[in-house]
Design a protein around this ligand. Sequence first.
Ligand code: FDP
Length: 304
Amino acid sequence: MRLRSSVGCFSGITLATKIIAAYVQRAGLLEIMGDTGRINVQGEKVQKLDEFANETLVRCLGYRGTIGILVSEEDDEPHVIQEAASGKYIVLFDPLDGSSNINANVSIGTIFSILQRDANHDTKEVMAHILQAGSRQVAAGYVVYGSSTVLAYTAGEGVHIFTLDPSIGAYVLAQENIRMPHAGRIYSVNEAYQKSFPEHIQRYLEWAKQQGNYSSRYIGSLVADFHRTLIRGGVFLYPGTKKTPQGKLRLLYEANPLAFVAEEAGGVALDGQQRILDKVPHAMHERTPLIIGSPEEVQRVLSS
Ligand code: FDP
């Protein structure tokens, strides 16, 4: 299993997510449930735990010698840690995905993507280093704070799953080279929006319902819905709607890392037109439609 030289970023992420996991588990006791009263750059209510998770990641990653830039879902602007070329990695993250579920004790997670500075640009051109296609990620993954805390990670040589053993405070390798099932009769989508989805997606959902052997599963927490899709197969969909043609999910720190994990495990990730990892971003908080999962099921959605 390869962690690559981005190992400094990886140890910062494991430290931060262990701290976040401990807080998430005690959230009710620590009185850190609820929102802060602040609205973030995405127009969403910032939960107290969102803020805590963000600060923890920035603190744990901000002092690593090899990290140059941090990008967070919660912050309008990137954190430039160092301009020197030695800060060669860019870490992009959604500190607490699914955070509107916190108060209901539903699984939530942290998603991260690691890029290397683009050698064609001066180190001062911050946006040029951030706005790279997902195919240039050197590593990516996520942590699910669920019935156990699970870390899925890829550095381009398969996907490996670690489980946090709370008795020793360490992530322990649980499954090496996990593969996503090639097919799976589960669809995961917020069906309340069905009528405003593109027509082929509406046709797919109608078709699946008529089969009689499909299950619908939607937690409403991307990281948890994706993790189930990775383990059990099927398809997760968050398409554009008439009102929001680009959907809701963010390209750089949600769709890209999950697409990298999916492809490394034998799955597929598209925006409906093209491969997620080929999309060249134009803005740091850009959104994208997402169709991700088992190759057979994604193909079925596209050809419906
Ligand atoms: P949340 O707003 O709770 O942070 O990316 C945000 C996200 O959750 C995803 O985790 C989740 O899949 C999606 O939004 C849920 O959106 P809907 O409520 O529109 O289904």
